[in-house]
Design a protein around this ligand. Sequence first.
Ligand code: NAP
Ligand code: ZN
Length: 335
Amino acid sequence: MTEIKGLAAHAAGAELLSFRYKVSELAPHEVEVKISHCGVCYSDVHLIDNDWGISKYPFIPGHEIVGTITGVGSAVLDRKHGERVGIGWQADSCGICEWCRQGDEQLCAKSQPTCVGRNGGYADAIRVNSRFAVPVPDILESENVAPLLCGGVTVYSPLRNYLARPSSRVGVIGIGGLGHLGLQFARAFGCEVTAFSTSIDKEAEALELGAHHFVNTRDMSAVKKLAGSFDLILSTISADQDFQTFIGALRPKGTLALLGASPSPIQIAGSSLIGADKAIAGSSTGSPRDLTEMLDIAARHKIKAITESFPMKKANEAIARLKKNQVRYRAVLAN
Ligand code: NAP
Ligand code: ZN
């Protein structure tokens, strides 16, 4: 392959346009992947709109990628031609720092996100370091597994890292791409699961996906009544919200894990954390180890994304629906 075709953002907030970039010889540690599917994560929207001030235009978004290996670099020992793989938020890391060596590559200072300073998955192909192309279990269908490569591992990691277990009470705020997977993974960990949502029309599906309880967060008095209830709350929304009330909803030693970032700085009374050893924490995506574990659990517990399918060329339509909170629950682009 000498050229990769896709859809790129050329300016903040603009519609994606056709775009091609040239590629030369495959680097020794890279694989080339022919893309079949790519999920549309809200982080792509943040990047397209330059909400985080890190976007470099033009670039092709997309970091929930499933495809087939069509090229293997000369030094690659772990992947083979024809293998179906998934690629998430990360495309490369240094491989030798303390974080890479302990399997937390997502924390590497030289981490290369798949579509920041590189071109991502709204395209016909992509090249990444082979360590970040993880095999996808045969039982999982490409369209339903694509959203697990970022959304799935992002909700899986805090459940894993904060030791969720059958005695745990877990809340998930925002039942979108991440949140609907969060309900399923929390259920698979055996937890008692509560969905916090602004969309009451999501209640029946949230319960089907594994929630035991559904709380309408348009009425925060309902959340206030749950004071002292949760061991772990995953916040997947990127709007400002009443964090103080969610801290109040934690049990002693409970953690509010932020997966989505609100635009305004967060104000929390320190005393509301100190008295009962509570914590508020950030949680990034996961490493290749986490991706592999997460996919294995998805295969065994029949966890999959509920998707809306769009042809790749209709990426702008998918993004418009996502921005209006109309997608149920993850848009996936197909080649
Ligand atoms: P999404 O599909 O749009 O889901 C977000 C959900 O938040 C919506 O479905 C909605 O749920 C709720 N919501 C939206 N607007 C809201 C508002 N104004 N007030 C209250 N709730 C609102 O987005 P996503 O793809 O899941 O991504 C969510 C966030 O996680 C994004 O900011 C993304 O950048 C971030 N993210 C972080 C990581 C990481 O590594 N930490 C990885 C991936 C994504 P209800 O309708 O149920 O209220
Ligand atoms: Zn993402």
